[in-house]
Structure formats: structure tokens, C-alpha cells
Design a protein around this ligand. Sequence first.
Ligand code: UDP
Length: 469
Amino acid sequence: MVPHALLVAFPLQGHINPMMQLAWKLVSHGFLVTFLNSDSNHNRILKANTPNSLHDNIRMISVPFEFPVMDTLEGIANGMEALGKDMGPSVIDRVVREINARNEENKLTCIIADAWMCFGLQSVATLHKIPLAAFHTALTSFFAIYYFSPSLVSLGILASDGTPKKDKTVKFHSSMPALHSGDLPWLWAGEYMFRKGIRMAEEVKHIKWVLFNSFLEIEVPLVETLSKEVGVYPIGPLIPPEFLHSRTSTKVLPSFWKNDTECLQWLDKHYAHSVIYISFGSITVLSEKQVEELAMGMEATRRPFLWLLRPDLMKGSEAILPADFLERVRDRGCIVSWAPQLEVLSHPSIACFVTHCGWNSVQESITIGVPMLCWPYFADQFLNRTYVIDVWKLGLPLNANSEGIIEKGEFVKGLEILLESEQGLEIREEARKLKIIAFWSHCFVSGLSLSCREGPCFVSFCLLCPTST
Ligand code: UDP
């Protein structure tokens, strides 16, 4: 029997991308994959991508759901509750029955659901006598923060709504770096997300397979600690191996926006390690003042830059750039809405990445060996910045002024240090070293060097999945 996995994605770009990379990996191990998305995302993806660029062996299906506007605390809670209902256990149960009725020969043999989509799913998997795996698309430490939070509440370090009792750093476990109290991942969304995260960790810890889009070497002490209590399987980096060798790939991630590939030809015209790459992922919103400071900063650096400026990067309007800016930087600036980031990052002309520290962006940058200037926006991005700067030494911070704006001079200074100073040289050397480690980790989880270490691995999941429950 061919193993057949139902992949249940959390309906955001930053969750769909690693889930699709997992799908590619499963297909390369002989799996059939059915990929479940919300229909609003499904339609956006179909509109933005040419049909042939999506994947023959992966069947994309969808169920009705669209996030409502989530710009208030109440809106966030309502959106998450609606998701739990519209893409929750009873819907997944129906989807499993429909798939199995249509595929007598190739019934589903497992479900892999985003960790934030696992609520109540174990009973569905048990009902259909197939195993369930949770897939956490972020750092293992992000999960660990929620996992360890109840004990911090008991110790009086966190209030019961997740607010730190004192304005200082918080350490969730001795194997993790301390986080500044203002950097806790739920603060943007308040008590609801704190409680939701704790419930997610509680739900997931009972699932036999908890896959993480991270790799062991970057979180060794934590993974070792956690794996005594939870079935932790760091299976990253999941990016396709093509990007580790060259930048050409037939694989296209299912993007919500149309990819601009002309910027790759623009990159071809530049010297190796000369171009600053700037991108804020799929959610970040910036103020007009911030966009202006960034534009002026790029103008002042006198370096070539590629800026991914989403049409909805500025709240309520198309991004507004300073007057005549485009004309002034015409010879060395390229601004597009959305580009194939993996191809961009792996282009030889890229010197560094100005990033919002979304976990996918950070992991892609690590795997390709690009140093970072860090500018987190929300959720786990502050945690990711802490790791990039304090633990792995792969980048520098961009610091905001008292009004929360990163000024033009901060960009210029950060880029000078990163690209021209002794400290920058050390950071670039660390990036080079960790890229090699990421490569070997990738080979390991791809099954090329199974014997080189013991413990959890992706291949064992693939092999066991069809028969184990
Ligand atoms: N991405 C892309 N093109 C762009 C910007 C981003 O392909 O122009 C991809 C990027 O490679 C990553 C994902 O979108 O896989 C963004 O995820 P991340 O976790 O970095 O940020 P989020 O969008 O969740 O904030």
C-alpha cells in the first residue's frame, strides 16, 4: 500500500510554505499527499501561480474558511475560534471520509496537522485508525515557551494572563536564552493567545510525533530536555536541496502574491555579495514614516538593494515612497511586491538580509548562509531575533527610537558594521559555518547519512507512519 498523508495547514503563508516543503519531502519518500487549505487561500494561490508550477503528486483541496479582520484583541480571539470550528475536528473527519471513499486503493494512512490545528484531532485519527503527527512550523523553543509557561505562572514569574510580574528578562528553561519581558510572543495578542498557546502545547504533548521545522544542532540542549517528555522530531531544514547547491529549482512555493522573477535577472547584473535584500514576510505592516526612513536609509547606503514591498505593507494604503525616490535610486534599487525568496537568498549577489525574523525567513537565511539585520514585528519573531543575535551570532539588531521608528541612520550604521567591520566579518564567518551544519542536518533527515547519529529522525517517521498508530 502506498502511504497517503493528509496535511492540514494553518491558513497563513508562513505556515503553508513549510507544510508544502514537508509535502515535497514526503512525496520524495514515496508518499501520496493531499494538502488541505482554506478555500480563500486556495483561490489566492491558484490566481497567483501558473497551474503547472503547482505539484502533480500533491492534491490540493480546500474547505470554506477566511480569517475575519483581526486588528483588535477581540478580533484575534474570534478569528482563532472561527478557525477551530470551520477547519476543526468534525470538518477534518468529513474530509477523511470523503478522501477514503474516493480512493479505495489509496486510503489515508496518516494525518499531519499544523500544531495550531491539532485541537481535537487525535480522536479523529483514532476513529480512522491512522496515526496523527503535529507539525510545528517554528523553532522548538517557541513551543517550549508555551510548554513551560504554566510552571512560570506557578512560580509567580508570569501572571495568570501571561504578563511578566517584573520588567526584566524571563527564562523559560535553563537550556534557553533569557527573553526580555517585552519580547514575549503573546504580548501582541494578549491573554487569549497566551492561553491558546498553553492549550496547544498541552494538546500536542500527547501526540506521538511532534515534527519541528528546525534542526537539532541549533537547539541541542532544549531538544534533548524536551524529548524526555514530548515526541520531539526536528526535521528541518525543509528547504529543497536544490537551494543548497544552486538557485535553480522547479519547485515553486504556493504564494498568495504573483512572483516577480525579473528581479533574479536584475540580481544577475550585480557583483557577488553586493546586494542588500529587504523583506518583511507576508503579515508585517509598517507606518508611512517607517517606510520613508527605510527608503532614505537605503538611499544613503549607496549600495544596491532589492526590496520586497508587498502591496499591503502599509496599513490602509498602497505603500507610499518618498517623492522622486524611485528616480534617485533607479540605478541600484529594485523594488517588487513578491519574489521567490529562496531563489533570491541563494543568489550569489546577495550580501545580507534585512528581515522581520519570521521563522521561515530566518531558517532560509541560515541554511543559505546569509547574515541578517534583525527587525522583528510580532509573535515569535523577537525570540528568533534573540537566537540569531545572542545564541548563533548570525546578525545584528536594528534598534527603534523612542517612537518605535528605526531611523535612516540606524540602517546605514547596521549595514556598515555587518558588511565592513571586523565584527561583521565574524558574523559572516558564523553564517558560513552554520550553513555547513544545516547542510549536514538536511542530508541526515533526508536519509543520506542515517547511521551518523541516533535519535529522532524524519525517515523513521516516514517508515513507521503507514503502520503505526
Ligand atoms: N516569501 C517569499 N517571497 C517574498 C517574501 C516572503 O517567497 O517576497 C516567503 C519566505 O521565503 C518565507 C515566507 O514567505 O518562506 C514568509 O514566512 P516567514 O515565516 O518568514 O514570515 P511570515 O510571513 O510568517 O511573517
